[in-house]
Design a protein around this ligand. Structure first.
Ligand code: G1P
Length: 290
């Protein structure tokens, strides 16, 4: 069994759902409490045993590269002032993991973005993390999936039950339950209207893919929204390989959406040992006064 040590994080999207704040800054750099959203994805990858990460970037995303690089002047300044704790937190970010970058010149969809990882992953199975989906769980979601991959070899998708009325926001699977939290997938459809949705099991942004995905992507035309959809390519790999859907343990926040973004900030701030209590008291107070 091949060990999974590579993860791909696509970060080329426009962040349309968060406009206007994303007009001139990448959505992945927006703070969730005190870290940019993308750092949660990187930390999950590292905690899941990933050694190399590939960011699929695009124009206007240079702040992400700078964030994971050294900040020499800032570090010197913090050192001079004896701010050791801050210095460590800043340095830690640039030393977490090996990071590689490739640019998607035209935003042609998630499938096209993942296609850019072909040379990076070579023959190995690999993880994909969509940074819009922050999953708060004791065991990192990708780690849960890696464990399961040892048992059910095939492609693996994280799924979550959703209200059917929001099926047109997700990839939806038609699948049969085969064990606790695990389903074997028969087919997948990207963002169907509720009436066409085969189930209420929605794909959430964590995948374990194999290199069969690249051949499938090469034969996949633009689909929903005029974009090359990863969901459509995974549907194509079904003739070669099994696909499993895994109902992960954890709470998912869609931080690419205004309400989800605010919820993530509140929930994760409340969990902080250093100021969670203060936030809780504040929320209770403003609710009482509202
Ligand atoms: C993407 C995928 C979709 C999946 C979703 C999860 O859509 O295409 O299948 O359900 O991520 O967040 P997006 O939200 O990027 O439009």
């Amino acid at each position: 069994m091949k060990e999974i040590t590579k993860a791909v994080i696509p970060v080329a999207g426009f962040g349309t759902r968060l406009l206007p704040v994303t007009k001139s800054q990448p959505k992945e750099m927006l703070p969730i409490v005190d870290k940019p959203a993308v750092q949660y994805a990187v930390e999950e990858a590292v905690q899941s045993g990933m050694k190399d990460i590939l960011f699929i970037t695009g124009r206007g995303k240079r702040a992400i590269e700078d964030y994971f690089d050294y900040a020499i002047e800032l570090e010197q300044e913090l050192e001079l002032k004896g701010k050791t704790e801050l210095l460590e937190s800043v340095k830690k970010v640039s030393e977490m993991v090996n990071i590689f970058y490739v640019r998607q010149k035209i935003a042609k969809g998630l499938g096209d973005a993942v296609h850019h990882a072909k040379g990076f992953v070579n023959e190995e199975p690999f993880g994909v993390i969509l940074a819009d989906d922050i999953i708060d769980s004791p065991e990192p979601c990708l780690h849960q999936m890696k464990e399961l991959y040892q048992k059910f070899t095939g492609l693996m998708l994280a799924v979550m039950k959703i209200p059917l009325s929001s099926s047109n926001m997700y990839g939806i699977v038609d699948a049969k339950k085969i064990s606790d939290r695990v389903y074997e997938v028969n087919s997948l459809i990207e963002k169907p209207e509720p009436i066409e949705a085969p189930s209420n099991l929605a794909i959430i942004g964590r995948y374990i893919l194999t290199n069969n995905i690249f051949a499938a992507l090469e034969g996949t035309n633009a689909g929903k929204g005029g974009e090359v959809q990863l969901t459509d390519a995974i549907n194509k790999t079904l003739i070669k390989e099994k696909v499993y859907a895994y109902e992960f343990e954890g709470i998912r926040y869609d931080v690419g959406d205004k309400v989800g973004y605010i919820k993530a900030n509140i929930a994760l701030a409340l969990k902080r040992k250093d100021f969670g209590k203060e936030i809780k008291e504040f929320i209770a107070k403003i609710i009482e006064e509202a």
